[in-house]
Design a protein around this ligand. Structure first.
Ligand code: AMP
Ligand code: ZN
Length: 115
């Protein structure tokens, strides 16, 4: 299901153009507009879901596709030294776009703990 007023739904359907780095029936990966690392890619389910906080047992399968896509994209991008995956959830989590997305960050050493 797509939401007509959702930015990432519009990217998923192609209504807003992006560089489609990887996709399958369930998932799309595209570059973050404001990269925080040499490689910063967003990976989203094509079906709308606000955030992890709204997930139900019906989402189990798509979450599998999401994580499998991380492996594919990281290999495609040659992130052989490792990478960071982040899912921000809700206001306290720093989520600013209300369509679930996973950040894949790489190409430099990451710090811990995150801010
Ligand atoms: P979050 O703060 O976890 O909700 O992350 C939202 C991310 O979406 C930020 O890293 C933004 O830079 C990114 N972003 C916002 N608009 C776009 C866009 N049109 N295309 C690609 N990335 C975007
Ligand atoms: Zn959406």
């Amino acid at each position: 299901m797509t939401h007509t007023d959702c930015l990432f739904c519009k990217i998923a359907t192609g209504a807003i153009p992006t560089t489609r780095l990887y996709e399958n029936d369930h998932i799309l990966a595209f570059p973050d507009l404001n990269p925080q690392a040499p490689t910063h890619i967003l990976i989203i389910p094509k079906d709308h879901l606000n955030s992890l906080a709204e997930a139900t047992s019906t989402h189990t399968e798509v979450f599998g596709h999401l994580l499998s896509a991380v492996t594919e994209v990281a290999r495609q991008q040659h992130l052989d030294g490792g990478y960071r995956t982040v899912i921000n959830t809700g206001p306290d989590g720093g989520q600013t776009v209300g369509h679930l997305h996973l950040h894949l960050l790489g190409g430099r050493a990451m710090h811990w703990p995150p801010g």
